[in-house]
Design a protein around this ligand. Structure first.
Ligand SMILES: [Zn+2]
Length: 65
């Protein structure tokens, strides 16, 4: 029988967390150069956060969330 780790006694769904990420437009591998430190509960919040951050950067970056 497979083990799934300690039973906490209370079932809970993992929270949906979104984080904004940015990568260079010219990077075909899309290596993340920045990830926001927050735990956004909506994808819109993460995207807005990323746009704010990208807007303050001097180089051209593209975001995803
Ligand atoms: Zn954020």
């Amino acid at each position: 029988m497979a083990s799934h780790g300690p039973v906490t006694g209370k079932a809970s769904l993992p929270p949906l967390i979104y984080r904004a990420e940015a990568y260079r437009d010219t990077d075909h591998f899309r290596e993340t150069v920045w990830g926001c430190p927050h735990e956004h509960t909506t994808v819109e919040g993460a995207l807005n956060c990323g746009q704010d951050w990208i807007g303050s950067q001097p180089e051209t970056l593209t975001e995803s969330a």
